[in-house]
Design a protein around this ligand. Sequence first.
Ligand code: ADP
Length: 661
Amino acid sequence: MSKEMYEFQAETKKLLDLMVHSIYTNHEIFLRELVSNASDAIDKVRFEGLTDHNLLADGEDYEIYLLPDAESKTLTISDNGIGMTRDEVMENLGTIAKSGTKAFMEKMKEKVGGKEAAEGEKKDDNEATDKDLIGQFGVGFYSAFMVADKVTVITKKAGTTEATRWESDGLGTFSVEAAEKDTRGTTIVLHLFDEFTGKEAEESFTERYKLQDLVKKYSDYIRYPIKMDFEIEETPKDADGKPIEGAEKIKHTEVRTLNSMKPLWTRNKDEITQEEYNDFYKAQFSDWEDPMEIFHVTLEGTTEYTALMYIPSKAPFNLYHTDFEPGLQLFSRHVFIMDKCKDLLPDYLRFIKGLVDSPDLSLNISRELLQQSRELKTIGKSLEKTILKTLSKMLKNERERYEKFWMAFGKSLKIGVYDSIFTNPDAQEKLKDLLLLESSKENKLTSLKEYIGRMPESQKEIYYASGKDRELIEKLPQMEQLNARGFEVFYLTDPVDEFCVDTLREYEGKSFRSISRGDLDLGDAEAEEIKKETEDIAKKNDALMKDIKKALSDKVSDVKISKRLKTSAVCLVADENGPSISMEKTFAAMDNPMFKAKRILEINPHHALFEKLVNLHSIGAEGKEFKDYCGLLYTQALLIEGILPDDPIGFANKLAELMAK
Ligand code: ADP
């Protein structure tokens, strides 16, 4: 087929632009990315070769070859992996297929918009976050354009006869044409920028010894040999192996393998440095930052495995999006089986990165069957236990570090508790002691155990309040009564908090009680007195309450005299049995307006407005003014909850009418 030119997809262009302008500061990582693509390609052909024996030639070695050439200023990276067809080349090297990278580009788009708005300001900050962002994905192949102004790919898919040549300067277009290639696999030629070639360059990718160092640093664990030719000059030796004096040196080429190929996780724990663990993590899981926690565990017995798992130091921004793919890598006797195995860890540990290598997992069964295998379940349970145990220890002994963990990944555990009603009934029990919530006590994150430990004897229940932030909650009228009694209150500021607490229902026999849902009965003499007083007022004004309820019949399920209000005239509370008002808002935001809170309007009997209502009511419950007042009161209560009225214009007009009187 003749040579054809194509435009990169718009998103790819932007990504390339970022590469060319090198937002990565360490350019050298392109090598890690290309070598790891080559290794993946060999994994694939090796895996397919298990079922299709025609794919592999007898006795063939898998290998990755580096060929630097200072003269032509090129670095060539070849592999004998799976290769690509023409269609695959178009798909893989023209678009951004990876959902993660796509999400990254979306995020960049938002940022670029913001950047233009604030041109010039805080440029360094932006650059730092660009790097953070890009590091979360590992942009792979396109990183070649950080060091090269032209990239040529020649590839031939295993089991096919046609090869394809792809070429681009990374500026907007690429060409694709048929090519000649004898062997299966992919060859990538990087035409390096001048600054990255030659002996003098600080970062030179044509210098063999520098390349050797880079491979050691980033790709030592790669399971296939990464080879390079070295030109050796040697003085000839005599029969005893001694150099012959005065003899002219002879040159020969020696092929050396640059990496040790020993997977890190198979090495003895005591011999692995923290730095090696961190470097492996960054290379294998495409992160820029060191991980927060490392688990390297080996189990021997009826089920055998070695796992190397990490908690990243930051949550990827798409952790809770549907496009985030959780899961661990699976190996069997060091041979790669699959990338994101979701069936090992429960969803609430979706932030864990890592791999599991087990001889108990059969290579020859299909992935579907593998996922149902009993071994996998047993391994998963054991890994989960290890992780939870470590977290629990961290909470106990390293509070600060745990809080850092909690800020990054606590949401996952909270969702896990909530999810336990649907999918994972044991999760509540396992997670409840790991929860931290904000509390009225000293502005600190507090565990349920700590809360219980501080409860005064007179306190019967665990109190919580939900709201957008600490400040708003502290202004809630109900808080006064609790503060006065020295009762601690959990502040639920994350929408998922309330769902989590609602699922738990109780902790160590003490039930959770919302201070803004249902009746708040504090159970002491003072509360008793207020209760009695309220009941008296309610009895006296029974007809009034009934008529307000009638006027608002389509909006509220009940109208009550309030025990909790001190300064405001009204408030809305939700019935104890059912979602709260903030939960209703969360459901609505998730496009799930089915779950409605049962709204109860509470009226402050000590507010001047109450008297006014009594008067209007005495004139006539069917009067326009009484009904208008009822409507206005309800809308006020909505506004306090941060809910817009259905008819804001009607509300404004009524208010204006009243003010003009
Ligand atoms: P990633 O490797 O993370 O998916 P890349 O942009 O690095 O993203 O590569 C895109 C795709 O191109 C890969 O998923 C793979 O299908 C293909 N590819 C890249 N390099 C090679 C290679 N050396 N051999 C075969 N396929 C490759």
